[in-house]
Design a protein around this ligand. Structure first.
Ligand code: GDP
Ligand code: K
Ligand code: MG
Length: 272
């Protein structure tokens, strides 16, 4: 049987653990992530000739490096390179949840979205066009109501399909202007270290370097291009770039949302 490495990501309280439990049943192992007191849950599931090795990542709103949870989640994705990342979303709070989606896309993950709490979204009268969402983002999407076990089998199918077909290219958020120019220039510098660009998606790395992400920068410490990168970054105002890129991500989500659900955007805002 073919092994498929699956990571479950998502904001806190969206039903990640409920999905993880429904996927793995009793076959679980609980421990800690190395070096931090963040709980690590692993489990396996047989599905259609495949063995899914599933890890429940810590719940995060974002994939910057501001907390141990975020570093654990993104380092797992970067270093372990799971075959599929399942992002669990709260369907009643899509706008905020899609912010994490935009970051997962940026990391080049093979992404399956579990639109969980779909029972609540339906009760509320939200009609989410998941086919449209799939095509706009270049991902697979499934509606789930994990506490009732709804959609779990379809989610398993979708995970397996994701590894069998040629996955579509994930959507890329364009930042425009000087941001794109700098991303381009940084990608060129990064590309001259073959090993580095094999290990880390260079667009993701360029974005993080522009944001002034020290944790991302530290990943270049053994590379011959570290000095060149630091030189390039030395007179940039990282905060400006960080704000500009965050704005662009929200703008992207703000344009996307009304195309997949006409009522969804009404009572959510990133700050609530
Ligand atoms: P996590 O923090 O993302 O791991 O979320 P949990 O799995 O702990 O779930 C948070 C709460 O939401 C729990 O009370 C679950 O029973 C509940 N829950 C999970 N999935 C669903 C769902 O699809 N619909 C509804 N109505 N509740 C859910
Ligand atoms: K919880
Ligand atoms: Mg949990």
């Amino acid at each position: 049987a073919e092994k498929i490495k699956v990571a479950v990501a998502g904001n806190p309280n969206v039903g990640k653990t409920t999905i993880f439990n429904a996927l793995t049943g009793a076959r679980q192992k609980v421990g800690n992530w190395p070096g931090v007191t963040v709980e690590k849950k692993e489990g396996t599931k047989k599905h259609k000739d495949h063995i899914l090795e599933i890890v429940d990542l810590p719940g995060t709103y974002s994939l910057t490096a501001y907390s141990a949870d975020e570093v654990v989640a993104r380092d797992y994705i970067l270093e372990e390179k799971p075959d599929v990342v399942v992002q669990v979303l709260d369907s009643t709070n899509l706008e905020r949840n899609l912010y994490l989606t935009s970051q997962l896309l940026e990391m080049g993950t093979n992404l399956v979205l579990a639109l969980n709490m779909s029972d609540r979204a339906e009760t509320r009268g939200d009609d989410i066009d998941i086919r449209r969402l799939e095509s706009l983002l270049g991902v697979s999407a499934i509606k789930t109501a994990a506490n009732e076990g709804r959609g779990i089998n379809a989610l398993l199918d979708s995970i397996v399909n994701k590894t069998e077909s040629n996955p579509p290219l994930p959507h890329e958020i364009g930042y425009g202007g000087r941001v794109e120019e700098n991303i381009c220039a940084l990608e060129e510098i990064l590309g001259s270290d073959r090993e580095l660009s094999k290990n880390y998606p260079s667009r993701w790395m360029a974005v993080k370097l522009l944001e002034g992400d020290e944790n991302a920068l530290s990943k270049l410490s053994s590379s011959s291009i570290e000095g060149k990168v630091q030189n390039f970054l030395s007179d940039l105002d990282h905060e400006e770039y960080e704000v500009e890129m965050a704005d662009k991500r929200y703008e992207f989500i703000g344009t996307l949302l009304p195309q997949v659900c006409t009522t969804c955007a009404e009572d959510v805002s990133p700050s609530d």
